[in-house]
Design a protein around this ligand. Structure first.
Ligand SMILES: Nc1ncnc2c1ncn2[C@@H]1O[C@H](COP(=O)(O)OP(=O)(O)O)[C@@H](O)[C@H]1O
Ligand SMILES: [Mg+2]
Length: 316
């Protein structure tokens, strides 16, 4: 069992200081480039014990999924109130990681750090490091619009634009210049809707408003919209908690299909859902990550008493 917070970077307590209210982050590079470079090879991400299942022919000894999002000593304040405390996590690529924990423990706050959505909230102070593919998300050179197309987000309440189904999907690719108007865009829209498992239900009514779909369909439309700009990471903040059981099951099946192509990080208050969809699970409590491991381990053999108390329903 590995501890969740192998803070490999204790020598740099200041790390990065990013003040979203300043618009751009102030950055000081960490001093551990060498260590940071060789760690993915030398130490698997917490809980990574299996070889990748995809890409047949991979041998058992092959390294497991590399780290996609590497969080080191991340703390966050809303004004004077600290909401995240020294969070360190290494989230593996191309699989599903669940964030669980009681309401108000910082799951959404943490998720929003990954695509800098907290920048939109004034008086947020962030300290620590958050690397995406080993590059600092809070680096001064980072184009936040670009970042958010690499790191898509799906919210609890489906929030399609008040536009047609087609436009919901085509809008961002057009802005990013990913496809030309006409056949090329038609194809991108179709592919995205297929990947989101929605194409068959909407192919004959693409000009209908997205908001006219059912809640579950709207949520899949939002996933199609995120996929359309070809992200690496999809953040999902309780994506099924506003949906009925059937729509929830559909979303869970979709997550299972997407896992081999995207790094999915899903907040859920539903522990059964975490157990069903996620290979890795991080347990948050009062703004700290208490434990991060294989989902199986978290639910059957957690190392921390607080995790055990939570998953057995003693609090939360
Ligand atoms: N925009 C905000 N401004 C001030 N405090 C916030 C804001 N968003 C969240 N918080 C506070 O941060 C803490 C963590 O909240 P949140 O990340 O939403 O938790 P969770 O998603 O686990 O329920 C809570 O105490 C919450 O009240
Ligand atoms: Mg939340």
């Amino acid at each position: 069992m590995q501890m969740p917070q192998p803070n490999d970077n204790p020598g740099d307590p200041e790390g990065v200081v990013a003040r979203s209210s300043m618009g751009a982050a102030e950055l000081r590079e960490g001093s551990d480039t060498v260590e940071g470079e060789d760690r993915p090879q030398s130490t698997p991400a917490p809980g990574v014990t299996r070889a990748p299942e995809v890409g047949g022919g991979s041998e058992a000894a092959e390294p497991t999924h590399p780290t996609k999002v590497d969080v080191r000593g991340l703390s966050l304040w809303y004004g004077d109130t600290q909401a995240l405390f020294d969070v360190s996590l290494r989230i593996p690529e191309k699989d599903v990681t669940a964030l669980i924990g009681p309401s108000g423990c910082g799951k959404s706050t943490f998720l929003r750090c990954i695509n800098r959505m907290n920048d939109l909230i004034s008086a947020v102070t962030i300290r620590g490091q958050l690397l995406l593919d080993e590059a600092d998300v809070y680096g001064s050179e980072v184009d936040v619009v670009q970042l958010r197309s690499r790191v898509g987000m799906v919210f609890q309440q489906p929030n399609p634009f008040p536009k047609s189904i087609y436009e919901n999907v085509a809008y961002a690719p057009r802005i990013h210049g990913l496809a030309k108007k006409g056949a090329e865009m038609d194809e991108l829209v179709e592919t995205s809707l297929r990947k989101a498992g929605l194409w068959k239900e909407v192919s004959d009514r693409l000009s209908m408003p997205g908001t006219a779909l059912s809640g579950g369909q709207q949520q899949r439309l939002c996933i199609a919209r995120a996929i359309a700009v070809n992200p690496d990471v999809i953040l999902m903040d309780e994506p099924a908690s506003a949906l009925d059981p059937v729509a929830t099951a559909t979303i869970e099946e979709l997550i299972d299909e997407l896992r081999s192509n995207y790094t999915i990080i899903i907040v859920t208050h539903n522990m059964q859902q975490a157990a069903r969809v996620a290979r890795y699970t991080a347990f948050f409590h009062l703004g700290e990550v208490i434990e991060f491991d294989d989902t199986d381990t978290i639910f059957t053999n957690p190392s921390q008493k607080r995790t055990e108390d939570y998953i057995t329903g003693r609090f939360g």
